[in-house]
Structures are given as structure tokens and as C-alpha cells.
Write a protein that binds this ligand. Structure first.
Ligand SMILES: O=C(O)CCC(=O)C(=O)O
Ligand SMILES: [Fe+2]
Length: 199
């Protein structure tokens, strides 16, 4: 029977994956450039998500970067996104419509900064068109304890690689969290590729 419509016509992928990490996406020196930039601009502490106060969901300091803030970094992210999407996701994507969010999680023995279980797709504005989430590990894992990014795609939380400079990608409808940082300081950067609704 001849398939109707475009079913079965997806381009060849390396594999279909839910969570993919590119190790060594950035060098240690490039990670340092990003965190130093964040500190020079000032990172605002807060418990914000989607511009709304949601006390208890997230505690972290943040700074938004526009696509023209650090052009070298934007170029790298576009390259990384193209590679990830071509090889593993094959989503219809338009771009990084909301820039990039630099995050700082400060540790405390009695419960430091964290980001509790959530998905990145929201109901309103740009949050509604998020499709692929990207998380960049900017700290040396020796600099903090706790703070592991866990992704729960199949009922079991899976700890993602901590290595500095690695880039982890997963669909924005997948549950994930950052465990509380119990000592030291962890920096990361989150980005979202947007596009037309899943169908
Ligand atoms: O900091 C991280 O590792 C993840 C951040 C995150 O999940 C988010 O900003 O939506
Ligand atoms: Fe998230």
C-alpha cells in the first residue's frame, strides 16, 4: 500500500533519541568567558519562571543574553542546534526566539539553589512555542556538590553528564530538574529552540 501524505518520509537520522549530550561543545576557556561576562553584567537573584513569581519551583540567579550580546557564542549555538536537530531530533525549528539564559546556582548545606521538576513548555507567549531545550554545563563539577541535571523521559530520572562544556538537548515537553546545590557554585546556560506546534 502506498503511504499517504508525508508519513514515513523523515530524513535519515543517526538515531532517534530523547536526550543527547555533545561533550566538549565549549572549551573550559569559553565557559569561563561566559560566566565572567555574567558576573560583569550582574546576575539577578530570584525565583522566577516565565516572568511569573513561582516561589518554590526555582531558586537561581539569572541573566538573559540576546543573540547579539556575544555573537561568537550565538554562532556556536546555531551550529550545535543544527547538528543536534539534523542527527537526532528532526523537529521543525525556526530559531532561538528568546535568547539564552545564563543561570547561577549558589550552594548551601541546608538547601541551596535548585530548579524543581518541570517542563519548559508553558501556555503563554514564547514559552508556548518551545520545542527543543538545550542546557550547557559551564562549571567544573569539582567546584560544586549536588546540582545534577536529571531528565525523566521514561519514568526514571537519569542524571546527565556534568562535564564542563557539555551541551545536553531534550524535547521541551520532557520533565527535568536541577537537584539542590549543597556546596560551591554551579553555572549553566539554558536555551530553547522554537518552532511551529508539534503535529
Ligand atoms: O540549569 C540547568 O541545568 C537547567 C535549567 C532549566 O531547566 C531551565 O532553565 O528551564
Ligand atoms: Fe528547564
Amino acid at each position: 500500500m502506498t503511504p499517504r501524505g508525508d508519513i514515513g518520509l523523515a530524513p535519515p537520522l543517526a538515531a532517534r533519541e530523547t536526550v543527547v549530550t555533545l561533550p566538549d561543545f565549549l572549551s573550559a576557556e569559553e565557559c569561563e568567558r561566559l560566566t565572567a561576562f555574567g558576573e560583569s553584567e550582574g546576575m539577578a537573584p530570584g525565583r522566577l519562571t516565565g516572568g511569573v513569581m513561582v516561589s518554590g519551583i526555582r531558586s537561581a540567579s539569572t541573566l538573559w543574553l540576546d543573540d547579539d550580546t556575544l555573537p561568537w557564542f550565538t554562532d556556536r549555538m546555531i551550529e550545535g542546534l543544527a547538528l543536534l536537530n539534523r542527527r537526532w531530533f528532526d523537529f521543525a525549528l525556526m530559531g532561538f526566539d528568546e535568547g539564552f539564559q545564563l543561570l547561577r546556582y549558589d550552594g548551601a548545606a541546608d538547601g541551596g539553589d535548585f530548579y524543581d521538576w518541570h517542563i519548559d513548555i508553558g501556555r503563554k507567549g514564547l514559552n508556548a512555542s518551545r520545542k527543543l531545550s538545550l542546557v550547557l554545563q559551564l562549571s567544573d563539577p569539582a567546584d560544586y556538590e549536588g546540582g545534577t541535571l536529571e531528565v525523566n523521559a521514561d519514568g526514571t530520572p537519569a542524571a546527565q553528564p556534568l562535564a564542563r562544556g557539555s551541551l545536553t538537548a531534550f524535547p521541551s515537553y520532557v520533565l527535568h530538574r536541577v537537584a539542590p546545590v549543597t556546596s560551591g557554585r554551579r553555572y549553566s546556560l539554558a536555551a530553547w529552540a522554537h518552532g511551529p506546534a508539534f503535529r
